[in-house]
Design a protein around this ligand. Structure first.
Ligand SMILES: [Zn+2]
Ligand SMILES: [Zn+2]
Length: 306
């Protein structure tokens, strides 16, 4: 894998109340305050001036052909349209991504330790043939890992170190400004790469301390194994286009599951009638390695009490 940090880093921050100008990095703007680049619909700016100033560096990413990051080889016109697909995918699957990141971090020693040791999440994606442009099925996860100090000294990740460092500093500053929820422990950088391309997309995930547990990581074998099952289930559900949302009813521990459905110009999430049955079918398929024999409800119940 050849990661070219010079031109391919595209920061995106697309969570409510945290919208940021791609040029001056002013944040806390609302969607109405920001103007999207008409070319890629991905880069967002606080003003025309910022957009104009950013154009020389944005142009190669926005327009096809000027910089080859391999986006065309995986079915996209330009780097920015692939970055856009990654952003939309991450946004649609935000509940799943958050669950996976927490399962990974807790399994690796917990939120506080991972933040203290400045680790980051690395998610490798593969571009799938896009079915009617459904944002949920544009990509699938091929690997998910935590980048710790040991891994980061490997040659492939040395280049990763510098941009992550400055990104982490801006995340810490942003976190300090906005932190009002006592469970919010900090923000972890999440780096996406797309197989077969040089594209690197930076994102972030808010890390939360456990609700009910004094210890921040599983101390018994069953819980540790259950977290692995949660991870497998999440990765598998993403590949099949299943989109999870936090459970709406207080009586169910299983997250709501559904699919993205085309509504005229946009895609909307539609809840399935029986999320538990959908997940049961997934987890019983042969390509999902199981680490426990817990039922779907037991798995999510165990997850929820964290
Ligand atoms: Zn600006
Ligand atoms: Zn653009």
């Amino acid at each position: 894998m050849n990661i070219n940090w010079g031109v391919d880093i595209i920061d995106f921050v697309d969570i409510p109340n945290a919208l940021t100008c791609a040029r001056c990095k002013k944040d806390g703007l609302s969607k109405q305050d920001l103007k999207r680049c008409g070319g890629c619909r991905a880069a967002m700016y606080c003003s025309r001036d910022c957009q104009r100033e950013d154009w020389p560096s944005h142009r190669p990413l926005c327009r096809p052909g000027s910089v080859d990051t391999g986006a065309q080889a995986v079915g996209y016109q330009a780097s920015m349209s692939l970055a856009n697909a990654v952003r939309d995918w991450a946004n649609v699957h935000r509940e799943t991504v958050s669950t996976m990141v927490h399962a990974l971090v807790r399994s690796a020693g917990g939120v506080e330790r991972v933040l203290k040791d400045e680790e980051g999440v690395f998610i490798c994606l593969r571009s799938l043939q896009r079915v009617f442009d459904n944002p949920a099925t544009a990509l699938e996860i091929t690997s998910l890992s935590l980048l710790n100090k040991h891994v980061r000294s490997e040659p492939i990740f040395v280049q990763w170190e510098e941009p992550q460092k400055s990104y982490r500093e801006s995340l810490a500053a942003s976190h300090a400004r906005k932190n009002t929820n006592p469970r919010r422990a900090g923000m972890i950088p999440v780096t996406y790469v797309v197989e077969g391309t040089d594209l690197v997309v930076h994102s972030q995930e808010t890390l939360y301390r456990p609700h009910f547990h004094a210890s921040d990581c599983p101390v018994d074998e069953l819980t540790a194994a259950a977290f692995k099952d949660i991870l497998s289930l999440c990765i598998r559900s993403v590949s099949t286009g299943l989109v999870l949302r936090a459970s709406s009813g207080s009586d169910s521990v299983v997250p709501d599951a559904g699919y993205m459905v085309r509504q005229k110009k946009t895609w909307e999430w539609k809840r399935s009638e029986d999320p538990t049955a959908l997940m049961l079918a997934l987890i019983n398929s042969d390509d999902v390695p199981r680490h426990t024999s817990l039922s779907i409800t037991q798995l999510w119940a165990l997850w929820k009490i964290w």
